[in-house]
Design a protein around this ligand. Sequence first.
Ligand SMILES: [Mn+2]
Length: 314
Amino acid sequence: MEVDEIGFYNRILDYNNILYLCHRNADPDAVGSAYTLAQAIGGDVGIVDGCNRVAKMLINELDIEIVNNPDPSDYDFTVVVDTSTQVQLNDIILGKYAVVDHHSTCSLKNNAEFYLHRNVSSTAEIVFNILECMQAPLLRKSGISLIAGIITDTGNFKYATPQSFRVLAQIIEKCGVEYGEVIDILASTPQDISMRIATLKAAMRANIHRIDNIIIATSTISSFGGSAAGVLTHIGADVSFVGSMKDNITRISGRARRSAIDLGVNMGKIMEEVSEYYNGTGGGHDGAAGLDVVGVDTQDVLDKCVDVTLNILN
Ligand SMILES: [Mn+2]
């Protein structure tokens, strides 16, 4: 059942001992949203299969207590945050659960007791509005984690909407955190040397496709596909796809610049279409998305991504 912010809050009050569960490779939006809900309502923050490097840093900096690979059956209720598919939770078995999410497609909501889904740029914005409805105070650490979630999920505001800025301003007013403090925390994230090498290799191996003034770049890499795809769009590509293969699973990360999005490119939809073609899973946002498929050659999947993109641009 779909609920609004007030409905979410009213329903969640029926449960004690709640787990707020983040997707695998949790990002600051997932961790910040789960942490803020846990602080305001009570419960634990759970992480499936680790988190990304910025989220790790945030957890250390704010001293956030997390439960690694939790078992939902140890809890009365689970709130899955910032997650749209079961695949993002690996093989964890959910009991009764609710969903708070902002991805354009969200299949997890089908079996949820209730769900709060908004087409906004971060889950952090939804969580802030839940706290507003509860008239709950926003503590400093929660404020920092939500701001970090908004910054990272909007790609440093590249994909921000007026609402993202509005909520950001409200958070700053409410918890008294300086915006610069959060920037300093995010900037102190160390850049892993293996990531820098992988990114350079992705640029070196890039294949370039041009249609009119739009450039699509594809590449392969063994890890750090997401950041490599981001770098390719920074250094000239309008659209980028970076593939990696591990344990017979091909993973593609895609990024698009505003120039391509304005021409109708929606990375979330492209990833969904390509993943369905190979019976995999995929999705995400207009400008950033990903997919996983099993047992298909990485280059074939990259070619398919380019084909689908060219069809949109033609
Ligand atoms: Mn998110």
